[in-house]
Design a protein around this ligand. Structure first.
Ligand code: PLP
Ligand code: LYS
Length: 438
């Protein structure tokens, strides 16, 4: 059994995270419950930061908050010295409510609305990562109206295919994100940005995809960008001060995954940026990254109560849990794989192979296929590891299932950071027909 971070088995044979017994957590807060190991989040942030420090370059590590966002998470990442990448008005609003210094916020998205851009300009955030010409025009207009200037990066699609699931690959030429490099769109966008009194162009952004296990794609993206440096410098007198190379660093969900240590990714990125900058006789730009999954993914564990079982002789043993695709879309969406244990009998021998079904009204709502476990029944708590990224943040109310609660744990203490949704919450925005607005 692979245990992440501070997870261990205690003397009762229970899974413990951050010094807190998960069986007690399940009893006190109910299930499904997301449990975050705070020490592991801190460790992951520190690994990226020290890797940059060792390379001796200027850098920013921004937390890609789409992986998991809430007030407490934003407060924590801010305390850790991370910047914050948001992709919507909702994430920006959460950052404002969490008192994140606005100069540390970067705003992404391929279709930011006027309202969202106005909100960002009003809040005077640190940087907007502009994705397309529509946004470039709109942002200039908004800045003019508000008589403000704003820092921007231009997101480019470098034409690099990351080796990952198609749905989470973003750097290929045929992508909805960013300005196309090959066709000259980037040059045109740089020109428009430089001409604008309202926009201060800091540099270039590239994000090639997610759950990436090798450094080649990042290196190729840098090489692609530098192929255009001379053109930009000669034609437009533009040299990027910032290169944001995105996120996407892979994590270990199961034994099939072999992620590199954070330092490896950073070292190869920095090496190629230094080498190419030297070749082009230019100063090494500031290097920014924006990891999401690799900061919070393995720090999260979901606790479920096991309910019904169905045995189909010689075919399959199903066990159903009290959550599913409503709190973890990833298996249904990407055929993602997870490991899990019985939290209350974590040191017992595995005897059976079960397939873990969610409770949603969908045959595709299967969390794990063929999981070896001790003989399990409805008194057991299932702990699914590595659910910290894109679990709660993609949770939904399908079948009107309330979203789970979230606790942070550290040094034997648990902190409830998101309450469990109630049935009353589910109908909060509904209007009975008699009161419905015509
Ligand atoms: C622009 C951008 N930055 C950062 C991320 C974070 O990626 P990950 O969670 O894989 O680190 C994403 C998601 O893929 C993204 O689209
Ligand atoms: N939600 C995806 C990653 C998308 C990242 C955002 N661009 C996942 O769970 O793997």
């Amino acid at each position: 059994m692979y245990l992440h971070g501070s997870s261990q088995i205690n003397e009762l044979g229970h899974l413990e995270i951050g010094g807190v017994d998960t069986v007690t957590l399940a009893r006190d807060y109910g299930t499904p419950l997301f449990v975050y190991d705070m020490a592991l989040i801190k460790k992951r942030a520190y690994e990226f930061q020290t890797a940059f420090q060792e390379e001796g370059v200027s850098f920013q590590v921004a937390y890609a908050s789409k992986a998991f966002s809430c007030l407490a998470m934003f407060q924590l990442t801010n305390e850790l010295g991370l910047s914050l990448d948001v992709v919507s008005g909702g994430e920006l609003y959460t950052a404002i409510q969490a008192n994140v210094p606005m100069e540390k916020v970067h705003f992404h998205g391929n279709n930011k609305s006027r309202e969202e851009l106005e909100m960002a300009v009003t809040a005077e955030i640190g940087c907007i990562v502009v994705d397309n010409f529509y946004e470039l025009d709109l942002l200039q207009q908004i800045c003019r109206e508000q008589q403000k200037t704003i820092n921007i990066l231009l997101r480019i699609t470098p034409g690099v295919e990351a080796h990952t699931h198609d749905y989470i690959s973003t750097g290929q030429e045929d992508s909805k994100f960013g300005f196309d490099l090959e066709s000259g769109q980037v040059e045109q966008a740089i020109e428009q940005s430089l001409k604008s009194d309202e926009l201060s162009l800091l540099g270039i952004h590239s994000h090639i995809g997610s759950q990436i296990f090798e450094t080649t794609g990042f290196v190729m993206a840098v090489e692609k960008i530098y192929q255009y440096i001379n053109t930009w410098r000669n034609n437009l007198q533009f040299i990027p001060k910032v290169l944001n190379l995105g996120g996407g660093f892979g994590i270990r969900y199961t034994e099939e995954d072999a992620p590199l240590p954070a330092g490896h990714y950073i070292k190869s990125m920095v090496e190629v940026v230094k080498e190419k900058s030297l070749e082009h006789n230019m100063a090494v730009p500031e290097i920014w990254i924006e990891p999401g999954r690799s900061l919070v993914g393995d720090a999260g564990t979901t606790l479920y109560s096991i309910g019904s079982a169905k045995d189909i002789p010689s075919v399959r043993h199903y066990l159903s849990v009290d959550g599913g695709m409503s709190d973890n879309m990833r298996p249904a969406l990407y055929q993602a794989k997870y490991e899990a244990v019985l939290a209350n009998r974590a040191n017992e021998k595995t005897e059976n192979v079960y397939s873990i079904a969610g409770k949603c009204c969908e045959s595709g709502d299967m969390l794990i296929w063929d999981l070896p476990l001790p003989k399990a029944n409805h008194e057991d708590i299932l702990a699914v590891f590595c659910t910290g990224a894109y679990g709660y943040s993609m949770a939904n109310n399908y079948n009107r299932i309330p979203r789970p609660a979230v606790v942070f744990v550290e040094d034997g203490e648990a902190y409830l950071v998101i309450e469990r949704e109630s049935y009353a919450d589910l109908v909060k925005l509904d209007r009975p027909l008699a009161l419905a607005v015509k």
